[in-house]
Design a protein around this ligand. Structure first.
Ligand SMILES: Cc1ncc(COP(=O)(O)O)c(C=O)c1O
Length: 394
């Protein structure tokens, strides 16, 4: 039986006492303030300054992407991806129902149709079998997200895309630092998308990036990110004036944000160590409780490296999810659910269609619980989360 999430939404999402353990808390990197001061006192605060260059360099080193452009958000990077692929009315893009609305907005904003398919119950990732079934002569791309940074079955998805001549848009908002069979996440699509929203492992408040894996797209991406102009080439001295050459928008990250992002990326190894230590505590200390309760813990296949972006549990049913979340909140532990399926959402019904009834996306959403996980968590807080979860019994 499916209930909606109103019981959860009506309970507080912010704690009212200091001892409560938040679901997520932005990391503060040591050099942030010094970097910011430099921008405030300097004479270059708009996009594409020194901090943008440095952060971009760090990002391409982490991912191995051929090129990267910082953007104002992950959502905007997804929109840029749709524009780069020239999506428009009559085109179809296949995507999972269980994902963030920005992936669907980026398609719908071009007039193309979202074709929603189901997810694999083991990991919340797009089901390759359903992708194959959803292909029509209008299909132009497949948009995938590695949920929690545990890789999509890229072998299967790439084979389908190659067979039908489709582009892969890789939403890697969760996956910075993750890998599939040794290859960094973010590098499997023609483009990869990063988010630097403050809930992500590395953040600058709001921000994002597009990783350009098909380098033939780089010039056009740079133009589209700069209001459709060739201003970037002008600033590099490659042309003597710039003009409007294509459609575009203003997707450049300001140097204020880039200054913070640069210091976060500089601290990436440290951030990841802290997050992995918490993730490993959950993974090693919860299994016996989970087995007793028929709860499934997130697991990571041997051919994937995850980036400790989130730790989730799958409860036996929706009532258990609601009860566990309420219980944890009563103890000041702010665990939470995640995406509500897009295919049955009001905008999903308007801008998309579904392959069939997507029962797995609904069930995955109805039974998902994510535990607090942020780099600044203290040992006492990690212990409290584990004790609270393990003291819950049906
Ligand atoms: C999977 C996924 N894609 C895209 C986004 C959008 O990123 P942003 O918030 O940077 O626009 C998010 C949300 O943060 C997300 O979780």
């Amino acid at each position: 039986m499916h209930q909606n999430h109103s019981e959860l939404l009506s309970s507080p999402t912010k704690p009212n006492d200091d001892a409560a353990i938040l679901f997520s808390k932005p990391f503060h990197a040591p050099r942030e303030m010094a970097n910011l001061r430099q921008v405030v006192r300097g004479d270059h605060a708009h996009g594409d300054g020194d901090f943008t260059r440095s952060a971009t360099q760090r990002l391409t080193e982490i991912t191995g992407a051929a090129a990267a452009l910082l953007t104002t958000s992950g959502s905007h990077a997804l929109e840029l991806a749709s524009r780069l692929l020239d999506l428009g009315p009559g085109d179809e893009v296949i995507l999972p129902s269980f994902t963030f609305p920005s992936a669907a907005n980026a398609i719908a904003l071009t007039g193309a149709t979202c074709v929603f398919v189901d997810v694999d119950m083991r990991n919340g990732n797009i089901d390759p079998q359903q992708v194959a079934e959803a292909i029509t002569p209008r299909t132009k791309a497949i948009s995938v997200v590695s949920y929690g940074g545990v890789a999509v079955d890229f072998e299967a998805i790439t084979a389908i895309a190659d067979e039908h001549g489709l582009a892969i848009i890789e939403d890697n908002a969760h996956g910075l630092g993750g890998a599939y069979r040794g290859q960094a996440l973010g590098t499997f699509g023609v483009v990869g998308v990063q988010s630097f929203h403050d809930t992500k492992n590395v953040h600058c408040g709001e921000g994002g990036a597009i990783l350009i894996n098909d380098v033939t797209l780089l010039d056009r991406a740079e133009i589209m990110r700069e209001k459709g102009t060739n201003r970037a080439r002008f600033l590099r001295g490659q042309i003597d004036k710039y003009t409007w050459v294509d459609i575009g928008s203003s997707y450049l990250l300001s140097e204020y944000n880039a200054a913070v992002l640069d210091s976060q990326l500089e601290s990436f190894t440290r951030i990841q160590q802290k997050r992995h230590a918490i993730w490993n505590s959950y993974a090693t200390r919860l299994p016996s409780w989970a087995a007793d309760e028929n709860v499934r813990l997130m697991d990571v296949p041997a051919d994937r490296r995850h980036p400790a972006h989130l730790f989730f549990l799958q409860t036996p049913d929706h009532d258990y999810q609601v009860a566990l979340l309420a219980y944890l909140r009563s103890l000041g532990v702010f665990a939470t659910f995640h995406y509500i399926p897009l295919d049955s959402a009001p905008a999903g019904l308007k801008h998309g269609r579904r392959l069939r009834e997507l029962t797995q996306s609904q069930s995955f959403s109805d039974r998902l619980v994510r535990l607090p996980l942020w780099a600044g968590m203290r040992q006492g807080q990690i212990d409290r989360v584990i004790e609270a979860v393990s003291s819950f019994h049906r």
